[in-house]
Design a binder for this molecule. Structure first.
Ligand SMILES: Cc1cc2nc3c(=O)[nH]c(=O)nc-3n(C[C@H](O)[C@H](O)[C@H](O)COP(=O)(O)OP(=O)(O)OC[C@H]3O[C@@H](n4cnc5c(N)ncnc54)[C@H](O)[C@@H]3O)c2cc1C
Length: 519
């Protein structure tokens, strides 16, 4: 199939560059935190490299609840300031940074007879929640059971006394992550996925780089840097022990699983289902499906082995069943399930918290480690970490970092409605793009969808759907290979497209995708 133009450096070129150039900063871990720091550091004029053992956002950062939110539950613990900060960042992402990728969503909290919270308390809670974002998404309020059911037809109404409503946002986390990697590269960063750090380079007692193994061909190489940041999420202590075998644990892990089900009716809103006084479970319309979860269980195994179990799936379906009709919770509608690990502060060695739940430590060899926090506030965390790196004793990064512009958008910034309309009307009637495909491309690529349209113009076969059950098309696979660092079938089917979450990554689809990747 056709190659898209202006392809970035090949893996071999990137490896050669990584081995040759001494960097200011090496970021280990290409989840959203590592990517954010890389993006910020490149914007500040640093020479920065980022590597990931697997795919970018292949771990926790593609296993989230996909919410860009203020965090209603923080109100329960009185953390009003944190909610206001999260809201600010949420609204910046949805307004200035990535309106093409981050979408508004109404949330309904059903209030049942005998449930953990009463209508007065929840009503006051959602009002305060909306006030903390200056009512930018409307006023949080209490509505009737009928009004709630009009928004969510699959809502159980037996014993339903009222519901509370509020506004937040949602995204496709893997796509926002890959767009952020691209923003970092556009700003001058060098990145490589499927490249695992297997050891640290030291000059004297100071960490000055890393030894890597390319997981695709087993090739070994090294990267030198003035400063190394460990942003490996659940693996953060593993890397800290590479620096200092005696390093004490700095975090604890908690597993959260989700399931994805085929949806039978349109949902105009998501459900926030109170399970007990403290926990909620979500039922969220996402990618034309229903996303349910999550669980919260201590986890002590190898982070690479985290998976949803049968018991997790049962728990998630049971908890959704508090508020969702059984007809929408059939196991045969399950298309995908996944699990990720929350990183929680724990153990000694915690030197600073950039934000609640974000752990920042500095080891004996001078390596900085960051873990935890929220997807929603990733730009904020990136800026705080960069600021910390810039002001370390001895100033290893020097004194001349440029100021970062306050609101640099993600690539493809555009109104998704305008992009979808153009994609649809651009061609003659009869040869027009399916409106569903146009909308899908516009809301996952923004104006970059026009690059995909150009690929289709050159090779109309690339406009065909990969599977008739979903809107993903072959041009996305070519683009993922040539412009989005996709090298394995899972990179494409799970994270650059929505094939896996829709349950459409059949053996035939996987084989044909593999053919494009090697072609
Ligand atoms: C169940 C769940 C639901 C969540 N829901 C939300 C939500 O709805 N909204 C929200 O705002 N936040 C949410 N979060 C939080 C958010 O997802 C995380 O804070 C965020 O993804 C953490 O990103 P990270 O980059 O620190 O970690 P990760 O994404 O795990 O990245 C770490 C990376 O390091 C790499 N790595 C590990 N070892 C090495 C090595 N030796 N060499 C090279 N690379 C290595 C890994 O491959 C991995 O890609 C949720 C978290 C969980 C667990």
């Amino acid at each position: 199939m056709t190659k898209s133009t202006a392809a970035p450096a090949t893996r071999a070129e990137t490896r050669a560059e990584l081995s040759r150039v001494p960097y200011d900063l090496l970021v280990i871990g290409g989840g959203i935190l590592g990517t954010s720091v890389t993006w910020m550091a490149a914007q500040a004029g640093l020479r920065v490299a980022m590597v990931d053992a697997g795919d970018f956002a292949g771990a926790t950062s593609s296993a989230s609840s996909k919410l860009v939110h203020g965090g209603l539950r923080y109100l329960q613990t009185g953390n009003v300031k944190l909610v206001a900060e999260n809201h600010r960042e949420r609204r910046a992402l949805a307004g200035d940074i990535a309106p093409h990728l981050v979408k508004p969503l109404t949330f309904v909290v059903p209030i049942y007879r005998g449930g953990p919270h009463g209508a007065a308390k929840l009503g006051a809670g959602v009002f305060l929640y909306s006030a903390l974002s200056v009512f930018g998404d409307g006023v949080g309020k209490v509505i009737t059971p009928q009004q709630a059911q009009a928004r969510v037809p699959a809502l159980k109404t037996d014993g339903l006394r009222a519901a509370a409503v509020y506004g937040d946002h949602q995204m496709n986390d893997s796509r926002v992550a890959v767009m952020t990697v691209r923003a970092a590269v556009d700003a001058g960063a060098t990145v490589l996925n499927h490249a695992e750090v297997v050891g640290l380079r030291k000059t004297g007692a100071t960490v000055t780089g890393a030894e890597l193994r390319d997981r695709l061909d087993g090739g070994e190489f090294g990267v030198s840097a003035r400063l190394v940041l460990n942003a490996t999420g659940p693996w953060v202590d593993h890397l800290r022990r590479m620096e200092d075998p005696a390093a004490e644990p700095s975090i604890r892990l908690s597993k959260g699983a989700h399931v994805v089900l085929r949806r039978h009716e349109p949902w105009k809103a998501a459900l926030t289902i109170p399970i007990d006084k403290y926990r909620v479970s979500f039922a969220i319309p996402w990618e034309d499906h229903l996303l349910l979860g999550t669980t919260d269980e201590p986890y002590e195994g190898d982070p690479a082995d985290v998976r949803p179990t049968e018991a997790d799936v049962t728990q998630i379906l049971d908890e959704a069943g508090h508020a969702v009709l059984d007809s929408q919770l059939r196991r045969e509608d399950l298309t995908y399930s996944f699990a990720g690990l929350r990183v929680l502060p724990g153990g000694p060695g915690r030197v600073a918290a950039a934000k609640r739940e974000t752990v920042l430590t500095r080891g004996t060899g001078g390596m900085l480690s960051v873990a935890g926090g929220k997807w929603t506030t990733y730009r904020h965390i990136g800026r705080v970490v960069l600021d910390t790196l810039a002001h370390l004793p001895g100033r290893p990064l020097g004194d001349d970092l440029a100021d970062i512009l306050p609101a640099v958008p993600l690539p493809g910034l555009a109104s998704p409605d305008a992009v979808a309309m153009r994609l649809w009307t651009e061609r003659d009637p009869g040869a027009r793009m399916d409106p569903l495909v146009a909308r899908h491309l516009a809301s996952h690529y923004g104006s970059i969808a026009f690059d995909l349209a150009r690929l289709i113009r050159d090779d109309p076969a690339l406009g065909e759907r990969i599977h008739p059950g979903g809107p993903d098309i072959w041009a996305q696979v070519v683009y993922a290979r040539d412009r989005e660092w996709a090298v394995t079938v899972d990179d494409v089917v799970r994270r650059r497209t929505t094939l896996t979450v829709r349950g459409l990554d059949t053996p035939d689809v996987r084989e044909r995708v593999a053919g494009v990747l090697t072609g």
